[in-house]
Design a protein around this ligand. Structure first.
Ligand SMILES: [Zn+2]
Length: 304
């Protein structure tokens, strides 16, 4: 993935909380999951966990003290253009968020709707949200209550080291685009209509696979979606990029996590995100068609 050297970045779509550090206390009090496999499972279960109100890792509001401040000064200084995104990880994340939201903004307008931007919050250790407080071990997530995305960027290192994912910028873009898929579901009212739950045919799994499909739809349009000044922000997505996204999808399937990282036994009744094959399939459906209407995982008889 390459960013357009001359295209401007919009840092305002990101909120940098990394300097404010409420983390220590959240991390110390969070979760209580002592078993490595469980922690890993939990982490990935949350990679996009929509219904955070039912997630035990989230504390109650007010559990942590004051002082969570947005400080975008470093990003504003360093992340001005696509050239910065090509050399700086933070800036690449900003640029990816910009591209994803540019696409959905256009797509909503085409269908007579208005897209409401959602910021992505960078945090370390812990964060306070309208869905409660969360430690980094929950992984990236979308909080539907405040319509914001939260990510500890060290998660991507975790994906490589513990999950053995190949990683790379586009694998990270897939993760972000999946979270924005949940925002789109929230805006369209999809998430409010479904019951969630777990199991291979559950609404919860269908919601997650649809978010994967929406991520693929964005990937299809990423090099042709113009920014405000008319140029696409992303100039190139290679077959290797797509392979890296699929590799990541394969390592966060419920069956893979349970088998490889969670103790070996695969229990379909506890599936929340779909199998590796299903996650790859729905990302691919979005990517090859570029059509959000093809992401009807709720109407699909066969999820793959
Ligand atoms: Zn998700």
């Amino acid at each position: 993935m390459r960013f357009n050297e001359g295209a401007g970045l919009d840092v305002s779509q990101v909120e940098d909380l990394r300097g404010s550090g409420i983390g220590g206390r959240v991390a110390a009090g969070g979760g209580g999951l002592g078993v490595v496999g469980l922690v890993i499972y939990f982490l990935l279960a949350q990679f996009g966990g929509v219904d955070s109100t039912s997630v035990s890792g989230f504390g109650q509001l007010g559990e942590v003290g004051a002082g969570q401040q947005v400080d975008n000064s470093s990003l504003e200084q360093n992340c001005r253009t696509g050239a910065d995104a090509n050399t700086n990880h933070d800036c690449a994340t900003v640029a990816t968020v910009n591209s994803i939201q540019d696409y959905w903004s256009d797509q909503f307008a085409r269908s007579g709707r208005t897209y409401a931007e959602a910021p992505t919050n960078f945090f370390t250790s812990g964060v306070r949200t309208a869905c409660g407080t969360a430690g980094s071990d929950v992984g990236p997530f979308y909080c539907p209550t405040d319509s914001e995305i939260y990510i500890d960027l060290t998660f991507f290192e975790e994906l490589r080291q513990r999950f053995g994912a190949r990683g790379g910028p586009f694998a990270e873009a897939y993760v972000l685009a999946h979270e924005y898929g949940h925002h789109v579901q929230n805006l369209l009212g999809t998430s409010a209509q479904v019951r969630g739950g777990s199991g291979p045919e559950s609404d919860g799994v269908r919601l997650e696979l649809q978010a994967d499909c929406y991520a693929g739809v964005w990937a299809n349009h990423a090099t042709t979606t113009p920014t405000e000044n008319g140029q696409p922000l992303i100039t190139e997505i290679t077959p290797e990029d797509i392979a890296n996204a699929l590799d990541t999808a394969a390592r966060i399937g419920d069956d893979f996590i349970q088998r490889e990282l969670g103790g070996g036994t695969v229990d379909e009744s506890s599936f929340t995100h779909g199998t590796s094959a299903q996650r790859e399939k729905w990302f691919t459906t979005g990517y090859t068609t570029g059509d959000p209407a093809r992401c009807d995982t709720f109407g699909a008889r066969d999820l793959g």
